[in-house]
Design a protein around this ligand. Structure first.
Ligand SMILES: *Cc1c(COP(=O)(O)O)cnc(C)c1O
Length: 481
């Protein structure tokens, strides 16, 4: 957002857009919220959207479109093969990343499937700054293994390191030397999702690519969260202060052999794709596209979404556009810090992450503190966040619980969707919750699927803490919703 100072000295983000299409929201009374979360099996994935006031579950496919994106959707060229819309998208992607070839796919994980099927075989090792659920699943499905080589500071939840998504170069070189011939590619993730949307710096990305070249290893950039990472490089990396967003993007992209992205995040639409400079690489992956995605000129995407993505990618190169989410997130983080609410620092992209371990230390990890906090946030304010803790893990083969490294409640900030007053409301309700944290208890599973239990599993509260929390809410807020 533009640099606008308030006369009263207040430091708040100012929206550089106006809202022209709205969706009515519904805020249920607290007693209803207690019922709804019970009906949803205490799993925020199973809540009905009509019962949610602020949907902060994810940033995926829920970002607001611009008027120019909406307009572009009306002129889409709908043909199975050779669509002019595809050519527009292909040209835009190649312009932005400095690549030559583009393979379309229906979303980010579809790109990961194609990459894994083409390059990964049993016994392989894929070094990453940090894993993300979907690439890890595709790699391990084929018998490969993921090595997380993040800098140590990356897992420090309370930090002021501006680039917690950086690779540890020493660990990377050691891993390369120990796994000669077994590394199909190195994957670097922008806006490192699972550690709180934390960025890497340009200098680190370049060093990773140089190291990979030295050993003749291919490099892959997951650019799904590139827009947040880009903004944070621009505002935090001294050497990039005078570079344009386009220059930074080209500079990062030029080191990587392959760049892929989820268009549900990057480009404010729905879809994805893989970009590269080398024709042979493209040829290797190409035939999987019609097999799994769709013909080479749509890859499972609707032409309307491709038009919207083309414009969205262009708008991503505008600082007023991409600063919105990181500035709102930073505002949330700073307000929480002032109120003593445990939150991951520094602020990253994607969302604001509450540290459930410190928020409700009375709830042991075996009773899913991040999941319990997600239920409490819904009861306190109709706010739907996402558990990123032990519920999101899978059990060990012997049935024992694999405890997550961190117990976080993610409050995602879908881009350009919420206003500052809505964000202030969310902050207010979470601060209230923190003041009443002693009332929050744990959860236990009542239906636990073997795979992806965080999506479908059903839990119940241990004891009647949810009723007590609702009673306290009534006492403090009177007849307010
Ligand atoms: C969301 C995401 C993906 C997967 O993209 P989908 O479109 O949801 O399949 C991959 N990598 C990162 C970093 C993501 O955030």
């Amino acid at each position: 957002m533009a640099n606008v100072k308030f006369f009263n000295g207040e430091s708040i983000p100012l929206e550089m857009h106006k809202v022209r299409i709205v969706q009515k929201l519904n805020l249920l009374p607290v007693e209803e919220r207690v019922k709804c979360i019970a009906e949803a099996g205490n799993n925020t994935f199973l809540l009905k959207n009509k019962d949610v006031f602020l949907d902060m579950l994810t940033d995926s496919g829920v970002n607001a479109m611009s008027d120019r994106q909406q307009a572009a959707m009306l002129v889409a060229d709908d043909s199975y093969a050779g669509s002019a819309t595809f050519t527009k998208l292909e040209n835009k992607v190649n312009e932005i990343f400095g690549t030559k070839y583009f393979l379309p796919a229906h979303q980010g994980r579809a790109c990961e499937n194609i990459l894994a099927m083409t390059f990964v075989k049993a016994g392989d090792v894929v070094p990453m700054n940090f894993h993300f659920t979907t690439p890890k699943a595709h790699i391990t499905r084929l018998g490969g293994r993921v090595e997380e080589l993040l800098i140590d500071e990356g897992l420090n939840l309370v930090s002021d390191h501006p680039f917690k998504g950086n690779f540890d170069l020493n660990k990377l070189e050691k891993c390369i030397l120990e796994n000669k011939g077994k590394i199909p590619f190195i994957r670097m993730e922008a806006g490192t999702n699972l550690i709180g949307g934390q960025p890497f710096e340009l200098a680190n990305a370049k060093a990773v690519c140089e190291l990979a070249k030295k050993y003749g290893i291919m490099t892959v950039l997951d650019a799904s969260l590139w827009q947040d990472n880009l903004y944070l490089i621009k505002t935090r990396e001294e050497a990039c202060k005078n570079m344009s967003l386009r220059e930074i993007t080209l500079e990062v992209a030029k080191g990587f052999d392959i760049i892929y992205f989820s268009g549900r995040k990057l480009g404010f639409a729905r879809g994805g794709g893989i970009c590269m400079r080398d024709k042979e690489l493209c040829e290797k992956m190409k035939e999987l596209v019609p097999l799994f995605e769709g013909f080479l000129t749509y890859g499972g995407m609707s032409v309307r979404e491709m038009e919207a993505m083309t414009v969205g990618l262009d708008e991503t190169m505008d600082e007023d556009v991409i600063s919105q989410a990181p500035q709102f997130i930073s505002y949330m983080v700073e307000e929480f810090k002032k109120a003593g609410v445990p939150v991951v620092t520094p602020a990253g992209g994607l969302g604001c992450h509450l540290d459930a371990t410190r928020f409700i230390p009375q709830v042991p990890q075996s009773q899913y503190p991040a999941g319990a906090l997600a239920c409490a946030a819904y009861i306190a304010g109709g706010i739907r966040g996402m558990e990123r803790g032990t519920i999101s893990e899978e059990r060990e083969p012997d049935g024992s619980e694999r405890m997550a490294a961190v117990e976080l409640l993610r409050l995602a900030v879908p881009r350009r969707v919420y206003t500052l007053s809505q964000v202030k409301y969310a902050i207010d309700r979470i601060i209230w919750l923190y003041q009443n944290r002693d009332l929050i208890g744990g959860l236990k599973f009542v239906e636990e699927p073997k795979v992806l239990r965080f999506f479908f599993g059903r839990l119940e509260p241990i004891g009647d803490w949810q009723q007590k929390l609702a009673e306290k809410f009534r006492k403090d807020f009177g007849d307010s919703l």
